[in-house]
Design a protein around this ligand. Structure first.
Ligand SMILES: C[S@@+](CC[C@H](N)C(=O)[O-])C[C@H]1O[C@@H](n2cnc3c(N)ncnc32)[C@H](O)[C@@H]1O
Length: 194
């Protein structure tokens, strides 16, 4: 049976973009210190690493996690089963922007297609109540958002422009109280629904 460390190391070796270790520490600490967080939605499962880490914070946490890639999804299901967490982590093979549910979440962790963050925010707002939080990772995109000279790739630059627009938007949106942690993970924003 794989340990959580095996899942982490194998993802890193295979260039699967799991969250940076510092970002993960931030996320887990946030869940630990906000005891009301029980029901979590995650957009972007990859191999299930972050879902397993979040569900392991407390025994009563449930995670619905959404993944569009069937290969990732299959690996995530295997990892979640092996950790005996399939009763609390439910993985769905779908485009996150199409997922429909009536459930209300305490935390919505957005870690899927970076160019779609605004869309996910609007789509899942109906699944929140005041006090629920959205947590977004990769708002610096390896420093390229603030220093476009770091990349010459046209599609990367297009995406980082979208991320910058989203970052400015979420900080100004009066429906949320948003804190931006520039130096944690790859740039993390926590937006509390007012
Ligand atoms: C950064 S990885 C997620 C890492 C994971 N949260 C972790 O830290 O262990 C992003 C994942 O989102 C998935 N993804 C991309 N677009 C998506 C979409 N529209 N709906 C659902 N998943 C998507 C990708 O296939 C990829 O596996």
């Amino acid at each position: 049976m794989k340990t959580i460390k095996n899942i982490h190391d194998s993802a890193r070796e295979n260039n699967i973009p799991i969250m940076l270790d510092d970002g993960m520490s931030f996320l887990l600490e946030y869940i630990r210190t906000h005891e009301r967080i029980r029901d979590i939605l995650e957009c972007g499962t990859a191999v299930g690493y972050s879902a397993i880490r979040m569900a392991s914070v407390r025994w009563d946490i449930t995670v619905d996690t959404l993944e569009i890639d069937p290969v990732m999804y299959t690996e995530a299901i295997r990892n979640i089963d092996e950790q005996h967490l399939s009763g609390r982590i439910h993985c769905h093979l779908c485009d996150a922007a199409q997922y429909q549910t009536d459930r209300i979440y305490d935390l919505i962790f957005i870690d899927a297609a970076k160019s779609q963050y605004r869309r996910y925010l609007e789509h899942f707002l109906r699944n929140t109540v005041p006090g629920s939080v959205f947590l977004f990772d990769n708002l610096n995109f390896h420093g390229i958002v603030d220093d476009p000279a770091l990349s010459e790739n046209r599609s990367t630059l297009q995406m980082t422009r979208k991320i910058l627009k989203f970052r400015d938007h979420i900080l100004a949106d009066p429906r949320f109280h948003t804190e931006f942690y520039n130096d944690r993970g790859d740039g993390i924003a926590v937006a509390e629904v007012l």
